[in-house]
Design a binder for this molecule. Structure first.
Ligand code: 16G
Ligand code: ZN
Length: 509
């Protein structure tokens, strides 16, 4: 039944992702490989069935490592090779070879937890996964509908019980209890926010979470049609709002009202508001800047109190897509270091771990704040508060629900409006375009994807165009999730930035 995948599918930045009709064999084999990974580490691993912000007909699968991080990069090619084997017997041979190579002893037990988003193909693919796990003689638990970050959380809790209760309920309790301790309690100061749930699993889980947060915040949920999978991410959701820079369907323009959009598996969030009729986007860069400014105050306080301990080191991690104004604001106004990494959460997460407080966000709204508990010493004047923030913010991966409460807690504590937040810095005009090319694999980058090493003439052309564009910046990279090349440009004016992006697109097409 699961003999041959219809085509080669790579294990990319977000695992396997493609049209759901082509995924049965792949997902079945993900069961075989996840069981092997669990045996190899002697720990529980997770598998999430989702295609995030992709259209409803797509789906995907990604493996979650025991501490809730993404599958170790060195395993990606092994997983891709085994899952794409041409026949079942070839797949079995490759597995046997891996078991030997990895010296996995006979009789080693395996445990895998899994869950899925609301796509129509989800139950079918979950069965395929279950069949693979059965064949691998692995024990497993099906968590049904969960957000991606919830499955990361659950996987972590099972392997590290100090992290929390390994249930969705435990997740709600952990976030709501931290939020309630961090924010002043009064119906008058209760935040009110409109949440576009992208008609996905975020709706299911925020509806379930309501009893925990009713007294703490007023969430007005829209686009909650999760029982209609065809409406998932359609004219709504974080990716739609970030790309089109206007309100999603069913969100009414209301002056200065804070709104936000989740994506299809609720690991990304962007905020926005309408001010004097203008749409104002608060994307991942704005979230990072808000959090950076907020935690920077804790650092200043400890400097003033002349604390004996070294002040906590804070750093921000971005990708080349971060708006130049945000980078400038964090470096020049907040005096904090900024690292730039390749696209993909695992790259940012890894670098953020080197800081006492590591803030990372992709411009698209995927990110979190990592707290290094060893470095936030008990002597720090604010260690109690910082520890509560570490409870509030998902420490395993970017999480729309926990980021939502992070932003609310910061705005409430600073007593600033969403519009004040928006005005912290002004974004440079920017443009993101994509174009199909004959072979996108020839586009090789360096310097965290900011420059091309190949094709050389394209980089020369970019350099020449950028030289003639005030405040111009432009880079080109091959997408990891679509068969396209992306072109990003920034400049002093929208016209010059559109022109820059267009000229580069035309040159490479
Ligand atoms: C994946 C990444 C996301 C990144 C996007 C870039 C994870 C979990 N997801 O969705 O962070 O922004 O790819 O897509 O790492 P692109 O390569 O098509 O531009
Ligand atoms: Zn997502």
């Amino acid at each position: 039944m699961f003999d041959r995948p219809p085509k080669y599918i790579a294990y990319g930045t977000a695992g396997f992702r493609d049209n759901a009709a082509d995924l049965d064999t792949i997902v079945y084999r993900v069961g075989l490989v996840a069981a092997m990974r669990s045996r190899y580490l002697g720990k529980t691993v997770g598998v999430m069935i989702t295609a995030s912000h992709n259209p409803p007909e797509d789906n995907g699968a990604k493996i979650i490592d025991p501490l809730g991080d993404m599958l170790q990069e060195s395993w990606e090619s092994r997983v891709a090779e085994i899952c794409n084997a041409q026949t079942d017997s070839e797949c079995v041979d490759l597995l046997k070879k891996s078991y030997l190579e990895l010296k996995i002893p006979d009789g080693q037990v395996s445990n895998v937890v899994y869950g899925r988003d609301t796509r129509a193909s989800g139950p079918r693919l979950a069965e395929a996964l279950q069949a693979g796990l059965l064949r691998a003689e692995s024990s497993s638990t099906d968590f049904g509908l969960v957000t991606t970050p919830q499955l990361h959380y659950i996987t972590r809790c099972i392997n590290d019980p100090t992290f929390g209760e390994p249930t969705v309920d435990g997740y709600f309790k952990k976030i709501s209890s931290a939020f309630s301790k961090l924010t002043p309690r009064s119906p008058l100061t209760r935040s009110s926010v409109t949440v576009d749930c992208a008609n996905g699993v975020g709706a299911v889980k925020l509806l379930e979470m309501m009893p925990y947060i009713n007294d703490l915040a007023e969430l007005n949920l829209v686009n909650v049609q999760y029982t209609d999978p065809d409406s998932l991410n359609v004219e709504c959701g974080a990716d739609y709002v970030k790309t089109n820079q206007h309100l999603p369907k069913n969100v009414q323009p209301e002056h200065d009202k804070l709104c936000c959009s989740l994506d299809g598996d609720a690991d990304r969030i962007v905020f926005y508001l309408v001010h004097d009729g203008n749409f104002c986007l608060l994307d991942g860069d704005k979230i990072a800047s808000l959090a950076a400014g907020f935690f920077r105050r804790f650092q200043e306080d400890s400097e003033h109190t002349g604390e004996l301990e070294k002040p906590i080191d804070i750093g921000v991690v971005q990708t080349a897509y971060a708006n130049g104004s945000s980078t400038n604001y964090i470096k020049s106004d907040l005096h904090l270091p900024v690292d730039c990494t390749k696209t993909g959460v695992k790259h940012l997460h890894h670098v953020a771990q080197k800081y006492g407080i590591g803030i990372y966000f992709e411009a698209n709204g995927h990110g979190t704040v990592l707290f290094n508990q060893d470095r936030i010493s008990d002597n720090h004047v604010h260690s109690d508060v910082l520890n509560l923030y570490a409870e509030l913010v998902n420490q395993t991966v970017g999480d729309a629900i926990s980021d939502l409460f992070l932003v609310l807690a910061i705005l409430e504590t600073l007593n600033i409006t969403a519009y004040d937040w928006f005005m912290q810095y002004v974004d440079l005009p920017n443009k993101l375009m994509k174009t199909r090319v004959k072979d996108r694999n020839v586009f090789k980058t360096t310097d965290a994807e900011r420059r091309l090493v190949n094709p050389e003439d394209v980089q020369q052309k970019i350099d020449e165009l950028v030289r003639n564009t005030p405040q111009g910046r432009c880079f080109v990279r091959a997408s990891g999730t679509e068969d396209v090349v992306r072109v990003y440009a920034e400049a002093q004016t929208q016209e010059s930035c559109d022109a820059l992006a267009k000229e580069v697109c035309n040159y490479i097409a």
